[in-house]
Design a protein around this ligand. Structure first.
Ligand SMILES: C[S@@+](CC[C@H](N)C(=O)[O-])C[C@H]1O[C@@H](n2cnc3c(N)ncnc32)[C@H](O)[C@@H]1O
Length: 365
């Protein structure tokens, strides 16, 4: 990794920090309503500030925690960076930040390579503390199945991980780094993956590698994964920012946050992707337009049922790219064409509105 990483944030570093900073307070408010403590564990924290003065993720999260009266007294923060200079710099930055003085407990900064000792520290210091973990390495060394398991286990705990696809993909077939691949996926899954990707086209290969990660998370009890793809200018995948949770609530919150930061297709369906801007780029004519088939999918899935808009959304959106406004648009079209019945009827509602409580009645198919 180049040493200029911390000179000034790249667009993709800004995006990453923005996702974490936006999600942390939303998640913290939810868990704080049921927990006396709220944790944040940053395994690869960095120095806290770029050389150009821009605050990075640890400072943004600490400020967000300090800004919320219900979180401040409950905040348990742990920040680690193998590089002692980064750890010292972060310590100084935290000491100088207004927020930290307001915490009941001073954040802990450690400096060690991510490995079993740090996992033990997590398990003791954050025991029974619902914790949002941020795992943001330069490569993927240190990102192991045991770390991920520790971070995602426990009530309310969730993970945001920088999944370095380009490096991991190259590693899968490289015997020189086999032990790292096994550390990440576990022996059996690593071997299955190595066998299954051989000879595949890049797109399918990417799907398999990501699916192996998803399966690992599922094995650890976390069925909800949102992989936000960051592309190179060429269109190839550089990395993913993966959000992993055990709860629908967190999934829905982060889905909205990611949807609002990534690109959308012509129908305003989020693609959960970030790509550097390229002047003159046009959407390909053959681009998939998933919204086009959403109406008939809903007519099939909910045939002969009556349910609220909120219930339909909760049942249908998981694992699909659509957000509330995509469903609203399609349901209003179905109503206008007479394909479904909406109560209250259109004459008793605000124009183009569809509140979460309206009732939708689907005909038989
Ligand atoms: C991508 S940067 C982290 C950026 C940070 N999350 C932010 O938002 O500013 C990766 C950091 O991990 C540290 N690092 C690299 N290898 C490490 C390891 N094996 N264990 C712990 N920290 C490591 C580096 O010193 C670097 O500061």
């Amino acid at each position: 990794m180049t040493n200029d990483f911390f000179e000034a944030p790249s667009d993709s570093s800004r995006l990453k920090a923005d996702l974490v900073r936006a999600y942390f307070p939303a998640w913290a408010r939810v868990v704080a309503s049921e927990s006396p403590r709220v944790g944040y564990f940053d395994f690869f924290a960095g120095p806290g500030r770029y050389e150009d003065g821009t605050p990075s993720t640890p400072l943004l999260v600490v400020q967000a925690a300090a800004d919320i009266g219900t979180i401040r007294p409950k905040f348990v923060g742990t920040f680690n960076d193998q590089n002692p200079e980064h750890a010292r710099s972060l310590e100084r930055e935290l000491a100088a930040s207004d927020g930290v003085a307001a915490f009941a407990e001073r954040p802990l900064v450690t400096s060690q390579p991510v490995g079993p000792d740090l996992v033990s520290l997590f398990q003791t210091r954050h025991k029974r503390v619902p914790t949002l973990s941020f795992i943001d390495p330069w490569g993927y060394k240190g990102v192991t199945a045991s770390l991920l398991r520790a971070a995602i286990t426990g009530w309310g705990s969730e993970v945001i991980v920088f999944f370095n696809y380009s490096r991991i993909n190259a590693a899968v077939a490289n015997p020189a780094v086999d032990s790292l691949v096994v550390d990440l996926f576990g022996e059996t899954r690593a071997r299955d993956l190595q066998l299954s990707v051989a000879g595949l086209q890049p797109r399918e290969r990417e799907r398999r590698v990501l699916a192996a990660f998803g399966d690992l998370m599922l094995e650890f009890g976390a069925p909800y994964l949102i992989p936000f793809r960051v592309k190179r200018g060429t269109g190839n995948t550089l990395h993913y920012i993966c959000f992993v949770t055990k709860h629908r609530r967190g999934y829905t919150i982060m889905k909205d946050i990611m949807a609002s930061r990534g690109i959308v297709d012509v129908d305003e369906v989020p693609q959960f992707e970030y790509a550097p801007r390229v002047d003159g780029r046009q959407i390909a004519f053959e681009a998939e337009r998933p919204l086009a088939s959403l109406g008939s999918a809903l007519l099939d899935e909910f045939a002969e049922r009556t349910l609220t808009f909120q219930q339909l959304f909760d049942l249908h959106n998981i694992g699909r790219p659509f957000v509330m406004k995509n469903y609203r648009r399609v349901l209003l079209e179905l109503e206008a064409s007479g394909a479904i019945k909406v109560t209250p009827t259109v004459s008793d509602r605000r124009r183009d509105s569809l509140a979460p409580r309206v009732r939708l009645t689907f005909p038989p198919r």
